[in-house]
Every structure is written in structure tokens, then in C-alpha cells.
Write a protein that binds this ligand. Structure first.
Ligand code: ATP
Ligand code: MG
Length: 278
């Protein structure tokens, strides 16, 4: 059995100006070598769950759980030293917008090499060669040229490929992708997701894919957790989503295109735009 994560009755609250906000209540799931989506509207607690797996919660957070296990490591009790070894190397997290995650004054190739050097004792030259191979692996056409570009010189989609290369180079066991494509055009979103899908299928990685777009994840993930107001209201195989029983999940399945999608589709609108308002 290849269970990578076991989460049982996870509760996370924030104290805020004397009040207690219960952001995550009673969340349970496990993750093996599979692709798990966490879907839900803004504020439902998705990112808070993701960050808790790396113990990246802010000071005002209280985290409790019956179980929070990464392999045989109890994350609730893990020291900061243990967490530093896990973060980035064994569990990687990829964020929404590469612009905020990449160092603006460093060549993208060198940033990929650094991600390797941070965890493995090899020479700079070896790390750079590995970074170049990684750029090829994420299907960047001219890796040698792209290696030397700075973040502002790459497009959103290419930036996200660079992020994926950075995330994969230390060979993590789990990847947490928090809305990794929501800043991209719909067509580029699909390309990046297809790539991520391919790379994950060929390795022994568990993926947690956080999104508010059920329609987007249903084709890419094996299982879907639907969160609403901090709780998991549905935990279902992606292939069985049609039979989802919770009204909130049914609502998400029927949801009209989001504002972001509409904006990106506008340039290709040919005729009567009335479909936007139905
Ligand atoms: P989004 O789709 O907008 O990213 P989310 O599902 O990721 O939303 P979270 O960011 O996990 O939602 O937030 C869950 C709840 O916890 C929200 O009510 C949020 O306001 C609250 N929260 C998150 N971080 C903090 C914090 N540092 N202090 C106080 N409250 C917080
Ligand atoms: Mg979030």
C-alpha cells in the first residue's frame, strides 16, 4: 500500500481581532499515488488545508487533527528541522502566479538549478545540466535560450512550465498545486494541465490540485474533494461526479463560465454574445 498522506479530522482556526475563525473543520482524506482535486469557492479553506501539510500556517493559526501523517512522519509533532527537509524536496507546492514566485533578477534556468542545489550536494555545473534537462522535460522548445531568460521575459504559460520544472527537479513525493493555472488563458491552462498530468503519470507522485473550477479538474484528477465553508461536503471519484449528491456539488457542475473565462473568450467571440448571460 502506497499511502502518502493521511489526514483525519483536521481542524484549523485563526484568531483574528479577538474572534475565532474556523477555516477548516473536520476534514479527512488520504492520498496515494493519485491526483486529488480540492475544489470549492473562495474562502472555503482549500489553501489553508494545503499549507497545513507543509506547516506553513501563520502565527494566529491553531491546527488540530486526529491524524496528520506524511508516510510515518507525524506532521503535528514534526520539528522545524524536519519540515525544512520535507518542504520543497519531499512535498513541493506550486502557486497561482509565477510572477510572485520567481526571483525577478535571476535567470529562470539558474532558479531551477538552485531548486536542486537547495536539497542535494552536487556541483553547480551538474545542477545546471540537470536544469537544462528539466526545461526539455517540461516541453520548452529551445531550452538553452530559455535557460538564460529572466522571469519578465517569459510568458505566463512558459513561466508556469518553469515553475513545474523547479518543483519537479528535487523529485518530490507529493505536489500541492494551488490554483496553478488560474492566472492563465483557458487554452494555456489546458496545455499546462496536460503537461502536469503527463509528468505525474510517469512518476510515483501524489498530486493535490487546488482549484475553484470543478469543470477544469474533472478530466485531470482521480478523486475530488468538494469543500464548502471549511468542510468536505463531497468526496467522490472524478468519473462518478455525475452522481454527486450534495446540492453544492451539483451547483458547481452546472456553474456558468466564470468572469475570468469570459474575459479570455471575448477575443474569439464571433456572433451574438447573449450566451454569456444565459
Ligand atoms: P481562495 O479560492 O480564495 O484561494 P481558499 O479556499 O483557498 O480561497 P483559504 O485561503 O484557505 O480559502 O481561507 C479559508 C478561510 O480562512 C477564509 O475565511 C479566510 O478568510 C480565513 N483565513 C485564511 N488565512 C487567514 C489568516 N491568516 N488569518 C485569519 N483568517 C484567515
Ligand atoms: Mg486559496
Amino acid at each position: 500500500q502506497n499511502t502518502k498522506l493521511e489526514v483525519k479530522n483536521l481542524q484549523i482556526s485563526f484568531s483574528h481581532e479577538g474572534n475565532q475563525v474556523n477555516a477548516v473543520r473536520d476534514v479527512s482524506f488520504s492520498l496515494g499515488q493519485e491526483k486529488l482535486a480540492i475544489v470549492g469557492e473562495s474562502g472555503s479553506g482549500k489553501s489553508t488545508v494545503g499549507r497545513s501539510l507543509l506547516k506553513l500556517h501563520p502565527k494566529n493559526a491553531t491546527v488540530e487533527a486526529e491524524k496528520l501523517l506524511f508516510g510515518d512522519i507525524d506532521l503535528l509533532k514534526a520539528s522545524e528541522k524536519t519540515m525544512r527537509d520535507i518542504r520543497g524536496r519531499r512535498i513541493s507546492m506550486i502557486m497561482q502566479d509565477p510572477k510572485y514566485s520567481l526571483n525577478p533578477v535571476m535567470k529562470v534556468g539558474d532558479q531551477i538549478a538552485e531548486a536542486y542545489l537547495a536539497h542535494y550536494k552536487v556541483s553547480k555545473k551538474i545542477a545546471q545540466e540537470k536544469a537544462l534537462v528539466m526545461l526539455e522535460k517540461v516541453q520548452i522548445r529551445d531550452p538553452k535560450r530559455v535557460y538564460s531568460l529572466y522571469p519578465h521575459e517569459v510568458s505566463g504559460g512558459m513561466g508556469q512550465r518553469v515553475m513545474i520544472a523547479m518543483m519537479l527537479i528535487p523529485e518530490p513525493e507529493i505536489i500541492i498545486a494551488d490554483e496553478p493555472t488560474s492566472a492563465l488563458d483557458v487554452s494555456v491552462q489546458r496545455q499546462v494541465l496536460n503537461l502536469l498530468d503527463e509528468l505525474i503519470n510517469e512518476s510515483n507522485i501524489g498530486l493535490i490540485f487546488i482549484s475553484h473550477d470543478l469543470d477544469l479538474v474533472r478530466n485531470y484528477c482521480d478523486r475530488v474533494l468538494v469543500m464548502y465553508a471549511g468542510r468536505v461536503v463531497e468526496s467522490i471519484k472524478a468519473s462518478e461526479l455525475e452522481n454527486a449528491h450534495h446540492p453544492y456539488t451539483q451547483g458547481l457542475l452546472k456553474a456558468p463560465p466564470r468572469i475570468g473565462d469570459i474575459r479570455h473568450r471575448l477575443p474569439t467571440l464571433e456572433r451574438d454574445p447573449s450566451w454569456l448571460y444565459n
